[in-house]
Design a protein around this ligand. Structure first.
Ligand code: NAD
Ligand code: TYD
Length: 349
């Protein structure tokens, strides 16, 4: 039985990847290692917790003793590494948390994987999940390709860029078999309400202001999270060892247009008649070092592996809003406690 370690599987994207693998591959044993930070939540994967081919391990990828113990015990054949500190605004406040988990945690995993399999890497894989933010910012035109030079601007993207370099270096130096993918902004169910879309959905539900940074002309490419999980599945099974792939939605939106589309859809779903949710929009102080535009050229994965997004954006957004409206308890649970302090610090003028 193939033994696969998924890190960060209680987070947003990791929970979708864990669910996909557990349900689709009963012949694999899936181990989900997660520290359960503020962003990790066992509710995200409660539907698979009783599956025979699934086991949850609470732990920190920075804990070398723990990694030694679990690698010795379960002899993971492959890793899909998603555990990370993932929010740019938090990286501006606490950069060291990002260095610890994203850089040192990744190197710990690489070391342990190398030590476990160094005599025979056949059939093994270290799959590293990364972001398009490592490439920095685009101007009004152009796209990130796999050949674009790294040019990170935030502590988050710098820490992810560093982790990508370490993965590649372990490939070159020790022959460790790896694949890296760099994906654009994900959206969908189970995303923590600190990122743009779930934050604004939460605020609209509660008639709170929608804090748009700067003039709102910043541009992102958006991909439905299940399409990302599907791309990871395809790449994981592709034998494209030593390759990097960009994954994107072919779906660019200026923040302000995206927020207006969100407001329009929510007005219909909430049957708002008198005033539109748009009246909640407030332009607030900009994020320092805010990248102007991200846009992915995902033609390599399309050409090599025939992957392309399957969910149309307006449909994906509608599914996402419905999920949050139908899971108000989930929202309530994750926005109690620490969240309130975070919100106050981040959004008080
Ligand atoms: P998330 O913040 O929702 O989840 C991260 C998970 O990692 C949480 O469950 C958390 O508990 C866990 N974790 C954090 N530190 C840990 C540690 N030290 N040890 C073990 N577990 C730890 O993040 P996400 O949005 O699901 O992102 C997952 C991965 O995908 C990250 O590597 C991120 O850089 C990458 N990515 C995210 C996006 C996006 O739009 N969200 C886009 C491209 C790439
Ligand atoms: P975010 O969801 O934090 O993702 P990233 O910074 O990784 O792209 O932000 C998406 C865009 O939305 C980004 O340009 C910043 C902007 N934004 C706001 O305008 N207001 C907010 O409150 C947040 C969280 C983000």
């Amino acid at each position: 039985m193939k033994s696969i370690l998924i890190t960060g599987g209680a987070g947003f994207i990791g929970s979708h990847v864990a669910r996909l693998f557990v349900k689709k591959y009963p012949e694999y044993k899936i181990y989900n290692l997660d520290k359960l930070t503020y962003a990790g939540n066992l509710e995200n994967i409660s539907d698979i917790e009783d599956f025979k081919n699934y086991r949850f391990i609470k732990g920190d990828i920075c804990d070398t003793d723990l990694l030694l113990r679990v690698f010795n015990k379960y002899k993971f054949d492959s890793i899909i590494h998603l555990a990370a500190e993932s929010h740019v605004d938090r990286s501006i406040t606490n950069p060291l948390d990002f260095v610890n988990t994203n850089v040192i945690g990744t190197v710990n995993l690489l070391n342990q994987f190398k030590e476990t399999h160094k005599n025979n890497f056949d059939g093994k894989l270290f799959y590293h999940v990364s972001t398009d933010e490592v490439y920095g910012s685009l101007g009004e035109s152009g796209f990130f390709t796999e050949e674009t030079s790294y040019d990170p601007n935030s502590p988050y993207s710098a820490s992810k860029a560093s982790s990508d370099h370490f993965v590649r270096a372990y490939g070159e130096t020790y022959g460790l078999p790896y694949i890296i993918s760099n994906c654009s902004n994900n959206y969908g169910p189970h995303q923590f309400p600190e990122k743009l879309l779930p934050l604004f959905i939460h605020n609209i539900i509660n008639s709170r202001p929608l804090p748009v940074y700067g003039d709102g002309t910043y541009t992102r490419d958006w991909l439905y999270v299940k399409d990302h999980a599907c791309a990871i599945d395809i790449l994981f099974h592709s034998n494209k060892i030593g390759h990097t792939y960009n994954i994107g939605g072919f779906n660019e939106w200026k923040n302000i247009d995206l927020v207006k589309e969100l407001c329009a859809q929510m007005d219909i779903k909430l049957k708002k008649k008198e005033s539109s949710s748009e009246s909640l929009i407030e332009f607030v102080k900009d994020r320092p070092g805010h990248d102007l535009r991200y846009a992915i050229d995902a033609s390599k994965i399309k050409k090599d592996l025939n992957w392309k997004p399957s969910v149309n954006f307006k449909k994906g957004l509608s599914l996402t809003i419905d999920w949050y409206l139908n899971n108000k308890n989930w929202l309530k649970n994750v926005t109690s406690g620490e969240y309130r302090n975070y919100y106050k610090k981040q959004y008080s003028a």
